[in-house]
Design a protein around this ligand. Structure first.
Ligand SMILES: Cc1cc2nc3c(=O)[nH]c(=O)nc-3n(C[C@H](O)[C@H](O)[C@H](O)COP(=O)(O)OP(=O)(O)OC[C@H]3O[C@@H](n4cnc5c(N)ncnc54)[C@H](O)[C@@H]3O)c2cc1C
Length: 467
């Protein structure tokens, strides 16, 4: 029996930073991982998908860079080479995590862990042997989430696949049908569309990317259509059958039932927390109806000494939220006055163009009875956007009318994923539109769109007409 101060169950972007921070704070810590450190994010989520997306972006640009006087010919996609390159990045990242755990004094225990009581975890190793670890101070549940499967669309790894398989394809499907028009479905669907797949998206609700600013969604939807993609909304993928050339998916909507033939079906309807079968119920840990472990702002569950972080502890299911919770949790365990008191968690959708948001949308503000002003600045008139040939989209700033306090910022366009950090900081420091408008943004940059959008909300943008 090995004894630690803290045992972290799961080595994803929640678990490993928690173990590292605990080690930094002088705690004796073990991190248990049954697959590879880095979790979904590093192994088959954020990192692999963004590597492929970067390639898709480059390829798309190569198609029209000729307009700017750069002639490129013979551009082609080698999916095998691309996978090897992408796997190299993943390997580098997982190697880095392993080494960081070690450097910070955290012990990596490889195997599947299960609570046997409120203080003990039994780890089953790959060779079948078991080891029991005892935690003197805390057990942190960081087991993350798993893909939701749709009945009738069970993964076969060939025709019917999930995101895990989709980031590992060594052949570009000629025709790809995506079930689920949410973040993961559209990110990966658009990647393969850029690589040449004919894309069909089937979304159950009336809108793609439910909950996202509708103006942003419209820009992305327009891009999908421009590339000959077909989107079925308020539609259900009911089943599929094998055909001579692939599979035919039955799609039901108010207009009736239709069959669409494709080569590969990507099912991307979301992720569910991995809270079952690891001894939590037996230990008395409260789990809500959706399967999330219930925690407070200190990452504590209802059972003293048991904590939960990351995807398993609730939405938003995002890597950076998991990491911040991991750090907070380690500090709470070490006796520091830490808590989850952030104002906002930025969210990014790596479609083409990207969408990045913080805070609430105009519609959500109105639902809350708030009087709002909106400032919007399009990339189509921004010099920097023109010079990089990426003029789709805009920055939209939603502010409270009376105070001009920033309530939300929604960006659709080039490098939205980088631009959003300024918006997140603005919300953290409770900035007003004046604060952003008065901040000198260097020229010529994409960031100027943020300044101009704030100015627009105040009625004095320089480079577009004000109301
Ligand atoms: C395709 C895709 C793309 C994504 N892109 C982004 C993105 O761009 N940005 C972003 O912020 N988020 C993204 N996400 C979400 C992100 O991956 C998750 O929010 C993040 O990984 C959650 O971290 P976590 O540590 O809570 O859980 P996980 O990453 O799920 O890690 C949990 C770890 O625990 C291990 N584990 C589970 N149970 C046990 C057990 N009993 N014993 C031992 N080990 C166990 C698992 O093997 C896993 O390694 C994406 C997700 C997917 C699927």
């Amino acid at each position: 029996m090995s004894t630690y101060d803290v045992i972290v169950l799961g080595g994803g972007p929640g678990g490993y930073p928690c173990a590292i921070r605990a080690g930094q704070l002088g705690l004796k810590v073990a991190c248990i991982e049954e697959e590879e450190v880095g979790g979904v994010c590093v192994n088959w989520g954020c990192i692999p998908s963004k590597a492929l997306i970067a390639n898709a972006h480059f390829l798309t640009k190569s198609h029209h860079i000729g307009d700017a006087g750069i002639a490129i010919s013979g551009v082609s996609v080698d999916p095998n080479k691309m996978q090897d390159w992408k796997n190299g990045i993943v390997k580098k990242m997982t190697g880095g995590v392993r080494s960081l755990l070690k450097t910070n004094g955290a012990t990596l225990v490889e195997g599947r862990g299960k609570l046997v009581d409120k203080r003990t975890i039994e780890v089953t190793k790959k060779d079948g042997s078991t080891e029991r670890l005892t935690a003197q101070k805390a057990i942190v549940i960081a087991t993350g989430s798993a893909t939701i499967q749709v009945p009738g669309f069970e993964f076969d790894g060939e025709r019917i696949i999930g995101a895990r398989e989709a980031v590992n394809l060594r052949a570009i499907p000629k025709r790809l049908l995506v079930v689920g028009g949410g973040v993961i479905g559209l990110e990966l669907g658009m990647v393969y569309q850029s690589f040449g797949s004919e894309l069909t998206v089937v979304e159950l609700t009336p809108n793609l990317l439910p909950g996202t600013d509708p103006d942003c969604v419209r820009v992305v939807e327009k891009t999908i259509a421009k590339r000959n993609g077909v989107v079925f909304k308020s539609a259900k993928a009911e089943g599929w059958e094998k055909t001579a050339n692939g599979v035919a998916v039955t799609i039901a909507s108010a207009e009736g039932t239709k069959k669409v033939e494709c080569d590969v079906v990507l099912v991307a309807v979301g992720m569910k927390p991995r809270s079952r079968g690891i001894g939590l119920e037996e230990a008395g840990v409260a789990i809500d109806q959706r399967g999330f472990v219930t925690t407070n702002e200190r990452c504590e569950t209802n059972v003293p000494g048991i904590y939960a972080i990351g995807d398993v502890s609730g939405v938003p299911m995002l890597a950076h939220k998991a990491t911040k919770e991991g750090e907070v949790c380690a500090e709470v365990i070490a006796g520091k006055a830490a808590a989850k008191d952030w104002v906002t968690v930025p969210g990014i959708i790596f479609t083409d163009p990207e969408i990045a948001t913080v805070g609430i949308t105009e519609a959500q503000a109105k639902e809350r009875g708030l009087s709002v002003k909106v400032g919007k600045f399009p990339f189509s008139v921004l010099a920097r956007a023109l010079s990089i040939m990426e003029t789709e989209g805009f920055v939209k700033v939603v502010t409270e009318t009376k105070t001009t306090r920033v309530l939300g910022i929604h960006i659709c366009g080039p490098n939205a994923s980088d631009l959003i950090s300024e918006a997140a900081l603005a919300m953290e420091v409770v900035a007003t539109a004046e604060d952003i408008a008065l901040t000198i943004h260097p020229h010529p940059t994409l960031g100027e769109a943020m300044m101009e959008a704030a100015q627009h909300s105040l009625g004095h943008a320089i480079h577009i007409a004000n109301r």
